[in-house]
Ligand binder design. Structure first.
Ligand code: AMP
Length: 146
């Protein structure tokens, strides 16, 4: 029996996420698990509070096109592009699809930056399953070079 059967890796659009995706692939291979990738697009209207006095649909479509191309480059068998708040949609996907492990990147924020919160913290709190937080960013690079 394998440890995990369905793994969900959440990627943003930063270079760091290649590391996160690679780590998720390794864990999925070890567990012989299904691996799903998710990216959540925050609709412009949501980000700006819902009241924009102009039609932003062309901009939103362009963001979606570029994001689809970016996500396709990961070349996962199962890739999902959804709209909404990242934490909420990642939890929703995990619950609806019997995911038993979520993999996210983490910048290891502390102090005041931690108080402001992060997507990784948001995913951790209230997660329906286990989480692996892959250390990314400057601290991870410094550690790898030392
Ligand atoms: P952050 O806390 O915003 O620095 O994001 C840390 C991690 O949260 C990223 O490495 C991703 O794993 C995940 N994440 C952030 N934004 C998104 C998004 N829009 N869609 C999917 N995952 C995301």
């Amino acid at each position: 029996m394998s440890l995990y059967s369905r793994i969900l890796v959440a990627v943003d659009l930063t270079d760091d996420c290649k590391l996160v995706a690679d780590r998720a692939k390794e864990v999925a291979q070890l567990s012989r698990a299904d691996l799903h990738l998710i990216h959540v697009i925050e609709p412009i209207t949501l980000s700006y509070g819902g009241d924009i006095p102009m039609d932003v649909s062309a901009v939103q479509d362009s963001i979606t096109d570029q994001t689809e191309a970016y996500i396709a480059a990961f070349a996962f068998d199962h890739q999902h592009l959804v709209y909404g708040r990242p934490e909420r949609e990642i939890h929703r996907f995990a619950m609806e699809n019997d995911v038993d492990l979520i993999v996210v990147g983490s910048h290891g924020r502390h102090g005041i930056a931690l108080l402001f919160g992060s997507t990784a913290n948001g995913v951790l709190h209230g997660s329906p399953c286990d989480i692996i937080a892959v250390r990314v960013g400057a601290q991870a690079n410094a550690h790898a070079e030392s």
